[in-house]
Write a protein that binds this ligand. Sequence first.
Ligand SMILES: Cc1cc2nc3c(=O)[nH]c(=O)nc-3n(C[C@H](O)[C@H](O)[C@H](O)COP(=O)(O)OP(=O)(O)OC[C@H]3O[C@@H](n4cnc5c(N)ncnc54)[C@H](O)[C@@H]3O)c2cc1C
Length: 623
Amino acid sequence: MPGRLRLHNIIYTTLLLMNFAKVRSLSSMTMKANNNLKTKSLTISWFRQDLRLHDNPQLNAAVQQSNRAIKNDVSKGIVPVYCFDPRFIGGDKYTKLGSQKCGVMRAKFVLESVADLRKNLEKNGSGLVVAHGKAEDIFGAMCKSIDTEVMNQNGDGVGIEPHVLVQEEPCSEEMRVDKAVKRSVKTFKSGASGSFESVWGASLYDIDDLPYAEGVNGIPDTFTPFRNKVEKNCKIPAPRPVPTKASIALPKNSAVLSVLNGESDNSVDNCSLSYMPSLKDLGYTQEEIDFAENPTTKGVMKFEGGETAGLKRVQDYIFDKDLLKIYFDTRNGMLGGDYSTKFSPWLALGCISPRFVAKECRRYEEETGIVNKSTYWVVFELLWGAYYRFFAAKHGNSIFFLDGLLGRDAHGSHPNSRKWGLNKKSLQAWKDGMTGYPLVDANMRELAATGFMSNRGRQNVASFLALDMNTDWRYGADHFESLLLDHEVTANWGNWCAAAGMTGGRVNRFNIVKQSKDYDKEGEYVRHWCPELSDVPTKLVHEPWKMTKEQQQEYGVRLGVEYPNPIVKPTSPNPYARDKRGGGGRGGGRGGGKNRKNNNNPNRGRGQRQDMKSLKQGNYDFN
Ligand SMILES: Cc1cc2nc3c(=O)[nH]c(=O)nc-3n(C[C@H](O)[C@H](O)[C@H](O)COP(=O)(O)OP(=O)(O)OC[C@H]3O[C@@H](n4cnc5c(N)ncnc54)[C@H](O)[C@@H]3O)c2cc1C
């Protein structure tokens, strides 16, 4: 990094530390470690949304912590832990808005990912403590047990001093848990006191490198200026390699191991190096389990959780199938595994790192000599992911509020103001894929059956629920949170808040019929998920309400019987001027569709011209 930039970064970082205690409180909450050399330091690497060994800043920080401990001749090694926390996963955990917090499909993906993490840690001479319980209860009980066992070991009253490291999450539910865990590892019988450190790690660029004097609070509330400034001023930190076997080995201390192996009287129930809950243990019903274990073959692809499967998908997509070079042209598809990367479930759970993916894109460019808009554009999409994480860090709980960032302005003074409604019957029709709009229904049925939906689909169904059905958009986000395999809290709630216009930016009201015709020209996608429309000819398949009684008879689908009448009045063309071309992109991301090149289109609003600008190729570089 050039000296000037480094100096800037130091200034930014200092300001950031001074001004943003609220946001980054936990990373600076490291408690003062007990300097009593009699205690034995114990480094605990808590895996949460970073289920991987490659490029894992939290694990690397744990290695550093453990290295420091060795100098004092205290327990050498790292204890990796994963907690199935019933507040986040479990068949009987429901949200306030009524959805199962983590649907069974994602629960299965998480279980597979944790099992794979354990396998990879074991291959590297370590192991993984898996536990089922509230994180603070688990850490508190486990550390207390180890403390007692270690004190008994030599009878000298010397206990442990736990240091817990975890990847920092920017949203309140996780931050609340962090505070509780911090408290739970504080003081033990031996008098030792622990520490807690959260480490930023899931974004393409590092939060401390952001080129704003106010740090993360300085990021703009729209994506394009953020992208321009970050691409110009920042470098992506080079992904870190898997730590060496020696550096991540488990502690050798027999007292510690007896607790972790479940062999000590002090061992904690459902918490050991061999324990792994089943879906049933997590509270899912047999019917749900059968559903998750026998997925439909109609889905875009088979998603298997874990770093191993995630890395394989990256290799397949970029190199083996050679799809990266055409990503820009295919990314708006909806059918099949290859129109987009499908990296999202692995990225969301941290089975793969965005920096690693970016580096693989660069490797592809270097090895093949192919450098084009597509090879850049996957990295551009990863930047959206980073943006929403920063956005959540900046705006806190606002992304979960009905009025979003607008607050009181959402009640009249802001152009995006709206009076939200909630018709439970219509909401259920949306969830069930029974709105009478084939594009919406096909996407919602795909989500329910597979846990996945394309980006094009997500934008359309979100716009439809919030802006056409005028429904409290949080019910949509809540439903997505439950079902998406790739649910990532900042991406989901940030995208929904933006789709509803509550981030204050331009509202993209999608013309569903126009979108259907642009992105599913032959109606293949809607027929795939709405088989009752199989025999409806292409010119009517996106607007079945236009069928006459005779046509309904002829094509074997009666409206209101085999397929629903539209739940909101069809308006075609959509009366919203900004939408005449079929809606823009993801708040600046994927606008344009097929008419992209028609820059003289008089129907294009100012916002869409901005979209066109954001479709310009940018650049990325590494430290
Ligand atoms: C209402 C709504 C809700 C969404 N909820 C989520 C979510 O919970 N988790 C999630 O990962 N993405 C979410 N997205 C973003 C996007 O739709 C998915 O990331 C994408 O469809 C996943 O498919 P892919 O991996 O093939 O994406 P690709 O098109 O191949 O993109 C590559 C990666 O870039 C990232 N990315 C792309 N677009 C976005 C975006 N708009 N916001 C944040 N990251 C992005 C993802 O990590 C994605 O895997 C949401 C979008 C909308 C409109």
